[in-house]
Design a protein around this ligand. Structure first.
Ligand code: IVH
Length: 691
């Protein structure tokens, strides 16, 4: 997490600058809820400032946000009855255990009642009731005085206009936008020409403050405290009382508060709530652990900023700021043209995010996203990360508009832009034409005579909806098509028949699994050996293949699950079932003595293979016996012969095959002293493996 890697501040100037950034961020965070920093970065900055101040107590600046409620954010004009404090943070189970031990030490006894509850990610408010009727709502402000936001009362669900008991009391809690409320708010805002909220917290803050909006956005209140009720109540009993009075509490959610008797139970509930996070209908940014008994709370007391009887176990931020590097356009199976953001890689809760879904074109325009923008990206659990909004204030002027495609990026046909979601005019057929053309390509199934025109013809005649249908085409069906005579029909049928027994890597490549091109298909095929083994692989097993990271492995598993019906259909037509990787003599011998071909190693050529241990780069045009081979076929040959094919020369390269017009790669290999072979010499060396 970022706070671990926060750069230490070494000079007074660095410190002063850090203080200034933190003050600005706190003002934005606690003010309108916007922030130029992600939460993790803000926490890291604050930790660095605190560390510097601990080491140089004589240099502490007056405006430092440390030790202040709300990071010293501006207060309002209505004094609080009792200060609205903040919470201290811990960032790991260890730090939490240390904090609990420290509290028990201070109290002089073991704490036998704790309350563990979600840390709701919204804005703290105080809601004053007189004789049971809602009288006034205040923001936290600087903790001592807040702003009156009573105008928002009607829009806050869970904060009743009247309590079940006509008492004077002040409820304290968090107002937030649930995920649904956030989406709804942003839909309304963009429809009204306003910029969308970057994330739910800024949405809650903005909505609470807004007056006279032409649209209504609802928020949700969760009570977690009160002023003016029986001071001897335990915290969990207080929460029950608040619910009985009619206020909403986290008890209505799966992450409900739990009273725990031991630190082990506390640890477990913290883990449980953390694990529930992605499935909750609202955002949490941590789990709060509180001493439950009134006596323990009284004895522990509070500092000027935070109570000593409670702590927040912070969870990694789900929103991070990074740069939008580009936008890719892809066509879904139904012909929907969808955009995908390419991001400067950013770590969100332990996962490196490089791609995120974007919105439909109208939404991109309304959000005014531009290439080069710093953007908020959201990722929760296994949900695909999503770009929320740009940080428009941070623009440098170098940002470029996002260019929308004018034709279908897959089949080149027109795009229907009349609906919000753009769609290729071919609809589902776009997928069929493009996937058939791709599958029939030279480096995949290599079906001669099946180009784009023929594919369009087959799809439009209703004969082919996917690549499996190619393998059930009949002579009569083909002859009935325009411009298909006897000879072309026979030739096409023969080419399709040959394709049925292409090696596994090509059948796999023909599927067009996202994230796998020719090289990756070869590696996957060589690693797993059969289509059944590939289909059975989980993300962890796939990630063992050279070049597949955890993110890509997940994408491939999801793609294969989507492709299951097609794979089943191909299997019924005997495509991809019997094929394995063609191996050289060493592997053939193994097969002959009955070695099972189901383990990853079973498909690796033996060490007797002529290229065992070699890292080979092929460059230039091939000649002699290799003249007809495409680059992909050359790479296949290298790998069949036990070598590793790569496209660029580096110190790890051990052999270069240089054909005619070999240029810079040859020069680089010579500089590095890497052996260079002509295509003919290379062909001799791998003679037993030639196609
Ligand atoms: S107790 C004096 N409980 O987190 C005790 N706070 O980062 C103060 N928050 O200022 C608060 N969920 O705005 C408490 N279950 C919860 C909370 C919670 C969210 C907020 C609150 C607080 C901030 C500190």
């Amino acid at each position: 997490m970022t706070h671990d890697t926060a750069a230490a501040l070494s000079t007074p100037a660095d410190y002063a600058e850090a203080v200034e950034r933190a003050v600005r961020a706190a003002a934005a965070y606690y003010g309108d809820g916007s922030t130029p920093l992600g939460d993790d970065e803000y926490d890291a900055l604050l930790q660095a400032v605190t560390a510097y101040e601990d080491a140089h107590p004589d240099q502490v600046l007056g405006n430092s946000p440390t030790g202040k409620v709300a990071g010293g954010a501006a207060g309002g004009d209505v004094p609080h009855s009792v200060p609205m404090l903040s919470l201290d943070n811990v960032f790991s189970a260890d730090e939490l255990a240390k904090w609990s031990a420290g509290l028990e030490r201070n109290l002089g006894h073991e704490v036998t009642a704790w309350c563990v509850e979600p840390k709701l990610d919204g804005m703290a408010v105080a809601a004053r009731y007189r004789a049971g009727r809602l009288h006034r709502i205040l923001t936290r402000g600087d903790g001592l005085a807040g702003e009156d936001i009573s105008h928002a009362a009607d829009a806050i669900l869970g904060l009743p206009a009247a309590l079940s008991d006509p008492i004077d009391v002040e409820l304290r809690g968090e107002v937030l936008l649930t995920h649904d409320q956030f989406e709804h708010a942003n839909r309304l805002r963009t429809e009204h020409g306003a910029t969308p909220f970057a994330h739910p917290r800024s949405g809650a803050a903005g909505t609470l403050r807004a007056k006279d909006r032409p649209y209504r956005v609802e928020l949700t209140f969760f009570a977690y405290g009160a002023v003016g009720l029986d001071e001897d109540l335990g915290h969990s009993a207080l929460l029950e009382l608040l619910a009985a009075l009619g206020a909403n509490t986290a008890a209505t959610t799966p992450a409900h508060p739990r009273r725990c008797a031991t630190q082990e139970e506390v640890r477990q509930r913290v883990e449980e709530i953390a694990a529930l996070r992605a499935s909750l209908p609202f955002g949490i940014d941590g789990v709060v652990v509180k001493a439950d008994s009134a006596a323990d709370r009284r004895d522990a007391g509070s500092g000027s900023r935070a109570p000593r009887w409670a702590v927040a176990r912070k969870l990694a931020a789900e929103h991070k700021v990074t740069r939008l590097l580009g936008v890719e356009w892809n066509v879904g199976r139904t012909g929907i043209v969808a955009s995908r953001a390419v991001l400067e890689p950013v770590d969100i809760d332990g996962v490196t995010v490089t791609y995120a879904t974007l919105h439909n074109p109208a939404d991109i325009t309304r959000r005014d996203l531009r290439i080069g923008d710093r953007v908020f990206v959201y990722r929760a659990g296994d949900v695909i990360p999503r770009v929320e909004a740009p940080l428009a204030d941070e623009r440098t002027g170098e940002e470029r508009p996002i260019v929308f495609p004018e034709a279908c990026p897959r089949c080149g046909d027109a795009i229907d832009t009349t609906e919000q979601r753009w769609r290729c005019t071919r609809g589902r057929n776009c997928q069929a034409v493009a996937s058939v053309v791709y599958a029939a390509g030279r480096d995949q199934l290599d079906i001669e005579g099946l180009g784009r025109t023929r594919a369009v013809q087959l799809v439009e005649a209703g004969l082919v909806t996917d690549i499996a249908d190619l393998f059930s085409l009949t002579r009569e069906q083909l002859l009935a098509l325009e411009r298909m005579g006897d000879t072309s029909t026979e030739n096409l049928l023969a080419a399709i028949e040959t394709a049925r027994s292409r090696p596994l890597n090509r059948v796999f490549c023909a599927l067009g699994v996202r994230g796998t091109g020719r090289t990756m298909s070869r590696r996957i095929a060589a690693h797993f050996g059969s289509m059944a083994a590939i289909r059975a692989a989980d993300a962890e097993t796939l990630a063992a293949v050279d070049g597949i990271g955890t993110e890509k492995a997940r994408v491939i598993v999801a793609e294969l699950a989507d492709l299951a019906p097609l794979l089943d259909k191909l299997a019924t037509r005997d495509v991809g079932t019997a094929v394995t990787e063609p191996q050289g003599p060493a592997a053939a011998e193994n097969a002959a003595v009955g070695e099972p071909a189901d383990g990853p190693d079973a498909q690796q050529p033996g060490s007797a293979a002529p290229l065992a241990g070699e890292a080979v780069v092929v460059t230039g045009s091939m000649t002699g016996p290799l003249a007809a081979l495409s680059r992909n076929e050359m790479n296949e040959l290298v790998e069949r012969a036990g070598g590793k094919a790569s496209s660029s020369v580096s110190t790890r390269t051990t052999l270069l095959v240089a054909g005619e017009k070999a240029g810079s790669k040859r020069a680089k290999a010579e500089t590095l002293g890497i052996p260079v072979l002509t295509p003919e010499e290379f062909a001799d060396r791998v003679a037993a493996y030639l196609p």
